[in-house]
Write a protein that binds this ligand. Structure first.
Ligand SMILES: *Cc1c(COP(=O)(O)O)cnc(C)c1O
Length: 411
């Protein structure tokens, strides 16, 4: 059962799920209600260590806060990674609250308002400008504050990455400045006295294929080295993006992290360091650091049979965990790994039944598991959606249907 493979981090010998060593009924009692998201501190720490071991020592590891901005979780990661990468002033505030120095916070994202730019300049974080207009507004708000803006250019690459779950570079994009327009823009920004620290290139997200990621990294390095030739001053900052994926579905294979790391070692040693010397070079990872360290826990409130199909209706749903319902950018709906936290779940010979797990929203979109095989579960039992540590609660329409918001806990 592939779901169990993905879920193995949380499954103990008795087949029960534990987060931070605690069983789910105990945790539910501690949290006070279901549904809830639970994140495992130990797994987060272990994942960062794994990534560190694979990446070259002189490469910064950034956490893309968008993936999971829960303050306690960001606080935990702040002590483990080199940079926090934010995409709104709200995320910036969470990052600053961790005590991470502003020098190690970067701010990307389209549509930054003057207010957000002002806050970023006042804080001293690095703003990755997404257009010429934004760069000019950044200069204006900085002058008004009497402070120097810290700026880098977000570049929309002149290539696309195949096999990404979400493409965010290549072709026309709302993200970044088209690569071919960057040299002229750098000239104009030098003309208004804006110093640029470097470049940020992010080509795409959720990629499970090491050779494709390696090719994207190679092309990113080509692009950065090309652009560096046009820079008015020394390039001090290069963000190579990320896009490391995690397995969500039955046929997904985990990313070969060692292969990706080996490629980055070669690129850093042979191509980037000889030209860029002491520049801060980094990657930014969201879901790869946090996605597999979280579960979404719901309780069965109804069990019913409709024309031969058994439905388990749970007290959660797509309003908390939109991605598991297949409505967060997926083309085809596929099941996230889902398990039942019931006695006997460990026994591979144990009985399974085919059920459809639905949430409590009055819409046919609210399906968490379509025809999944689970040990028999009844009203009152807990069901667990795995791979829920990234793009869960904050990527879901919590107000839809007016149900209460879930709790989140870091254990
Ligand atoms: C969303 C985003 C990320 C994180 O993507 P993951 O797939 O979670 O790793 C990183 N960088 C930028 C610029 C992003 O927009």
């Amino acid at each position: 059962m592939i779901a169990a493979e993905h879920a193995r981090r949380f499954l103990f010998e008795d087949g029960r799920v534990r987060v931070g060593g605690l069983g789910l009924e105990r945790l539910a009692a501690r949290v006070g209600s279901t549904p809830f998201f639970a994140y495992d501190r130990g797994l987060l720490t272990a994942r960062v260590a794994e990534v560190r071991a694979a990446l070259p020592d002189d490469l910064d590891l950034g956490y893309a806060v968008k993936a999971n901005p829960m303050p306690a979780l960001v606080q935990h990661l702040a002590g483990l990674v080199d940079t926090l990468d934010v995409a709104s002033a709200g995320e910036m505030a969470v990052a600053l609250d961790t005590g991470t120095p502003a020098e190690r916070i970067t701010f990307a994202g389209p549509g930054k308002t003057d207010d957000e730019l002002r806050r970023a300049v006042a804080a001293g974080v690095l703003v990755e400008v997404e257009s010429e207009g934004e760069a000019r507004r950044l200069g204006t708000v900085a002058r008004a504050l009497g402070l120097a803006a810290r700026a880098a250019i977000r570049v929309n690459p002149d290539f696309a990455v195949k096999g990404s779950g979400m493409r965010m570079g290549g072709g026309p994009q709302q993200f970044g400045v088209d690569a071919e327009a960057v040299p002229a823009l750098m000239d104009r920004l030098a003309g208004i006295g804006m110093e640029l620290e470097g470049f940020h290139v992010f080509a795409g997200s959720q990629n499970l294929h090491a050779p494709i990621l390696a090719e994207a990294q190679e092309r990113t390095v080509d692009l950065v080295l090309q652009l560096a030739k046009y820079a008015a001053g020394p390039v001090r900052y290069v963000n190579l993006g990320g896009g490391f994926g995690i397995p969500y579905f039955e046929k997904d294979h985990p990313l070969d992290l060692d292969a990706v790391g080996a490629n980055l070692r070669r690129l850093c040693a042979e191509r980037l360091r000889p030209v860029l010397g002491e520049a801060r070079i980094g990657v930014e990872l969201g879901r790869y650091l946090v996605g597999e360290a979280g579960v979404y826990v719901t309780r069965v409130v109804d069990r019913k049979v409709s024309r031969g199909v058994t439905y388990l209706v749970v007290d959660g749903g797509m309003h908390h965990q939109l991605a598991a319902s297949g409505n967060f950018g997926q083309v085809i709906r596929r099941n996230y790994p889902i398990t039942a936290d019931v006695a006997g779940a460990a026994d591979p010979e144990g009985e399974r039944e085919e059920v459809t797990v639905v949430g409590s929203l009055c819409t046919p979109l609210d399906v968490l598991g379509d025809k999944v095989r689970l040990p028999s579960a009844d009203v009152g039992d807990l069901l667990v959606v795995h791979q829920a540590g990234a793009y869960g609660l904050t990527a879901s329409p919590t107000a839809f249907l007016g149900h209460p918001a879930p709790a989140e806990v870091l254990v």
